[in-house]
Design a protein around this ligand. Structure first.
Ligand SMILES: *[C@@H]1O[C@H](CO)[C@@H](O)[C@H](O)[C@H]1NC(C)=O
Ligand SMILES: *[C@@H]1O[C@H](CO)[C@@H](O)[C@H](O)[C@H]1NC(C)=O
Ligand SMILES: *[C@@H]1O[C@H](CO)[C@@H](O)[C@H](O)[C@H]1NC(C)=O
Ligand SMILES: *[C@@H]1O[C@H](CO)[C@@H](O)[C@H](O)[C@H]1NC(C)=O
Ligand SMILES: *[C@@H]1O[C@H](CO)[C@@H](O)[C@H](O)[C@H]1NC(C)=O
Ligand SMILES: *[C@@H]1O[C@H](CO)[C@@H](O)[C@H](O)[C@H]1NC(C)=O
Length: 470
């Protein structure tokens, strides 16, 4: 019962996820800006002011601040509203070699940096805010900075970062990353998931628990929870399989539930994996060497599966599903290309009838036994659930010498064909012989009674039987 409620919940959440929709943004090729990227490009509209040893330049640099004479003065530079796609960091370092603090703020066009800060940089603190076009700060930009202690990257549009952005600068202690568009779904942050709770990188991320994922599957989900899930999946995925999250939903308490697909296709498996990541909902076992479903039915970890693909194995019987709870809660089941000759029709009917989740069932390319005993009931089942059984065209009789049934599509075949052909071969069963004998005896008794009664009415003569009774 619990399982059923859980699945219904997952399905509802899935439907919701599907209607919310997922849009992928493509990189615009013009992102790869390849202009000259000079600090002196925007001198006309620029304005620079110096106060309390802080140089504040808006919309570019004025030419007087780009001459050698002023170098030594500046330890704190604020760049506001930078009007270009690109900031040349190499030039910045050579024009302002004594900088200790650098702020780049409210520059909505800025997308890339040219060059790197090198080990002669004295900068201790870098702040970047409101750079709404900035998707990534390359690790190489800061990797070699020997004095960098604080990196504040809040309120930009960052999606990814490389491990060395944090690990590279030797004295970096404090990193702020909140309010960005972190993309947790495409593997770009997986290195962070593997880092343990007290790892060196994790300890520097001051606002780690405030970070949110922003793209695709994980939009709006707390990054640390998603990282925990990614770690768990990596640790629990069976070694011969590939596990991927296909959806993530949250329950009423805000617990994130990942929906995981374990893909174990074509791995020569004779047995299904003994364990699966928690809340695996789809298992693909196509093209293996399974001969029975016994282990699938018994393993409690398989009970949360919604979609099970068993195509192209050597399964001969599915009797074990009779009466199992899973069988009346699954969503997709594919048994194409196995060795099934027949199925327990009544049990299938009962389970399908009670299964509110059922969406697709595939049974094609099996060597179905076409005799009068099985086919009428099987055909009835196929027609009753034709909206669910999606490959009726491929559900055909096994190859045989009898041309009238060999490879014939079962859902449309004339029952006369199969039943006439098989009756010829079928011996009259014992129970039928007994029935015939009983019928004859009844007819004899009734006939004798009618005869005696007539005779009594006509002649008044009692039947012979009454003359010998006392
Ligand atoms: C890419 O950017 C250019 C210039 O900003 C714009 O004209 C073009 O439509 C953009 N293309 C896409 C696919 O967004
Ligand atoms: C950010 O820059 C835009 C122009 O690029 C300006 O209109 C706006 O006032 C600035 N915002 C802040 C908070 O400085
Ligand atoms: C980031 O933006 C939010 C709202 O847009 C603002 O409240 C917050 O002060 C900003 N933080 C920084 C560090 O600029
Ligand atoms: C991390 O550190 C805290 C306190 O220092 C400790 O309680 C916790 O067990 C540590 N976690 C790991 C995974 O080492
Ligand atoms: C499963 O993995 C196989 C390779 O191992 C790949 O060819 C196939 O596309 C994968 N299927 C899905 C649905 O990801
Ligand atoms: C199963 O095997 C058939 C024939 O070898 C092949 O065409 C089909 O693509 C396979 N199906 C899957 C799901 O691997």
């Amino acid at each position: 019962m619990l399982l059923r409620v859980f699945k219904t919940f997952l399905l509802l959440s899935l439907a919701q996820a599907a209607t919310t929709g997922v849009t992928l943004r493509n990189h615009n090729k013009t992102d790869g800006f390849d202009g000259p990227c000079l600090l002196s490009e925007y001198t006309n509209r620029a304005s620079c002011t110096l106060y309390n040893e802080v140089l504040l330049c808006a919309r570019g640099f004025t030419s007087n601040w780009l001459t050698k004479a002023r170098y030594h003065l500046i330890s704190h530079l604020k760049i506001l509203e930078w009007p270009g796609y690109c900031v040349n960091v190499g030039h910045l370092q050579s024009h302002f070699p004594y900088l200790r603090t650098l702020d780049i703020i409210n520059s909505t066009i800025l997308k890339i940096f040219k060059g790197n800060f090198d080990s002669s940089s004295k900068i201790e603190k870098i702040t970047m805010h409101d750079l709404t076009s900035l998707w990534e700060v390359p690790a190489s930009l800061v990797e070699n900075m020997r004095h960098l202690q604080v990196l504040d990257l809040r309120n930009n549009s960052l999606r990814h970062m490389k491990e060395n952005l944090i690990r590279g600068p030797p004295v970096l202690e404090t990193v702020y990353l909140a309010n960005n568009n972190w993309d947790c779904s495409d593997g770009g942050l997986d290195w962070l998931a593997i880092e343990n709770e007290n790892g060196t990188v994790r300890n520097k991320l001051t606002d780690y628990y405030q970070l949110m994922c922003h793209q695709q599957l994980y939009r709006g989900k707390p990054l640390y929870k998603v990282m925990d899930i990614i770690r768990t999946v990596k640790q629990t995925c069976p070694e011969m399989c590939v596990c991927a999250m296909t959806h993530v939903v949250s329950d009423a308490k805000g617990t994130l539930i990942p929906l995981i697909t374990a893909n174990c296709t074509e791995k020569d498996l004779e047995h299904p994996p003994a364990s699966l990541p928690p809340s695996t909902t789809t298992l693909r076992l196509e093209g293996n060497k399974l001969t029975s479903i016994g282990e699938l039915v018994q393993n409690p970890q398989y009970q949360t599966l919604m979609d099970l693909y068993l195509d192209n194995n050597s399964i001969q019987s599915v009797k074990e599903w009779e009466g199992s709870e899973w069988f009346s809660t699954f969503r997709v089941l594919s048994l194409r290309g196995n060795l099934l000759k027949q199925i327990p029709v009544y049990a299938f009917d009962k389970a399908f009838q009670g299964n509110n989740n059922i969406m697709h069932v595939f049974l094609g390319h099996n060597p179905w036994r076409c005799d009068c005993h099985f086919i009428p009931r099987f055909q009835g089942l196929l027609l009753k659930y034709k909206r669910v059984i999606r490959d009726l065209m491929d559900i055909r009789c096994a190859r045989s010498d009898d041309k009238t049934i060999s490879y014939v599509q079962i859902s449309t075949m004339a029952l006369g064909d199969v039943c006439r052909n098989s009756d010829v071969n079928m011996p009259i069963s014992t129970i039928n012989i007994v029935n015939l004998v009983l019928l004859m005896l009844i007819l004899i008794v009734v006939g004798r009674f009618v005869y005696d009664w007539h005779k009594f009415r006509a002649t008044g003569k009692l039947p012979w039987i009454s003359s010998i009774l006392p």
